[in-house]
Design a protein around this ligand. Structure first.
Ligand SMILES: Nc1ncnc2c1ncn2[C@@H]1O[C@H](COP(=O)(O)OP(=O)(O)OP(=O)(O)O)[C@@H](O)[C@H]1O
Ligand SMILES: Nc1ncnc2c1ncn2[C@@H]1O[C@H](COP(=O)(O)OP(=O)(O)OP(=O)(O)O)[C@@H](O)[C@H]1O
Ligand SMILES: [Mg+2]
Ligand SMILES: [Mg+2]
Lengths: 228, 228
């Protein structure tokens, strides 16, 4: 589904080069449930942005369903991305002047769904995330964890093939976090949706089929926790 | 140091009233190390904002060093707050057009410290948080956890009497989180600085002297974990 080949992202800071990601090879297959772990600053969000074609590599390639995304028109890429990939950003990136429900409906706008369908699906997703009574709140009228849950609902709006979740439960209490992880695992089992989870929470690596460890912009290990 | 008396915060959402905090009594003494736990949406950030005089109560009072803050001039309150209280916000609130170092120096500006002192202290704090090599990065050139650590450094800039930390390690890997908590405990022991930590991480309640549990805007329990 998504593949990074020797992917690197460098930033020129004048005196020195910051190597956010430094030659990463990783292949995400359909139906995978992968956890990406690593210290703060190790390159996880950078890797996610590259994998989700939200950013361009400095070196190496990113393949989406076998296609090198560097060869796609931006508009074509945006269309594919909107349809196939759901994002949960580390800092939510909710639209401040849209309510929780409108934020969840937004991705569906570009996928030719009817207004009524969009409303129903948004309501259903917010219900799944325990936010039925917060539909009409704006982001600044929501707690941190509620904003995070709206971001999660939004990422599922188009039933995407792959969900890239950058620390999806960092602002949630353990009970809410548990519910979110169970939701992800069910969608993975029942719908075959692919999940890539960046997290600092060791529990997330336990429920994943596969754990990749990122250190200083490079993958140190990439294996199945159960050892098989 | 800080006391909330029957403190409540209500939001009028047209059809209904949202009770973010609903009659909270809590007294934070000098040298305390308190953890505030509770589900997402239970009122923790609201309570912290009221305690830090960043917001006004709908009912009840907030006392800072024995003074009812509602009786203070806004300018007077701002001065006291800048001197006595250090904040770590759940969403960091770094100034986007200031570098990491400038963000840390900012609180000191209003406390009559010399430029050189401000620089040295900011560098020292960033060093303590493992960010010496990121001093000149702007917030959007920092990872989530690095931004969080800059926010932590900033909160300590004026050596405040009390640090109000709203989920200070949510974006940190366990090793960095551990270092931050050890730093807090040392400052508490050696400097007598008071810490109020909001967190979802059970580990934080383990290291605290006192744990208060917030449910639906009210304190359910407030005790010393060791039972004494
Ligand atoms: N400006 C506002 N208008 C309306 N409702 C609000 C507003 N701010 C907060 N709330 C509501 O008040 C409740 C408490 O919010 P608060 O941010 O204090 O929760 P919290 O315990 O910090 O949650 P979290 O752990 O998710 O950060 C939430 O249910 C939230 O929806
Ligand atoms: N725009 C940028 N300019 C310069 N350096 C950057 C930029 N973006 C990221 N970096 C650096 O690249 C490194 C990797 O950043 P990234 O956000 O991918 O880390 P992360 O693993 O997601 O960290 P965290 O767990 O703290 O969120 C960091 O050291 C960061 O300082
Ligand atoms: Mg990150
Ligand atoms: Mg909060």
């Amino acid at each position: 589904v998504i593949e990074l080949k020797n992917a690197a992202k460098y930033y020129n800071m004048g005196e020195n080069i910051v190597k956010a990601l430094d030659g990463v090879d990783i292949k995400i297959e359909e139906g995978d449930f992968v956890a990406i772990m690593g210290p703060s600053g190790s390159g996880k969000s950078t890797g996610m942005n590259l994998a989700g074609s939200l950013d361009h590599t400095t070196k190496g390639e990113v393949y989406l369903d076998g296609e090198n995304i560097a060869l796609l028109e931006e508009s074509e890429l945006a269309q594919i991305r909107g349809k196939k990939i759901g994002f949960i950003f580390q800092q939510f990136n909710l639209i401040p002047n849209l309510t929780a429900k409108e934020n969840v409906m937004l991705p569906m706008l570009f996928q030719n769904t009817l207004e009524e369908e969009r409303e129903e699906r948004a309501e259903e997703l917010l219900r799944l995330l325990g936010l039925s009574d917060r539909e009409s709140h704006y982001p600044n009228e929501l707690s941190g964890g509620q904003q995070q849950r709206v971001a999660i609902a939004r990422s599922l709006a188009n039933n995407p093939e792959v969900i890239l979740a950058d620390e999806p439960t960092g602002n949630l209490d353990s009970k809410s976090a548990q519910q979110v992880l169970e939701l992800f695992r069910n969608l993975n089992k029942e719908n075959g949706q692919t999940f890539v989870l960046v997290s600092h929470n060791p529990k997330h690596s336990e429920i994943a089929d596969r754990v990749a460890n990122l250190i200083d912009g490079q993958i140190e290990s990439d294996r199945n926790p159960s050892g098989s």
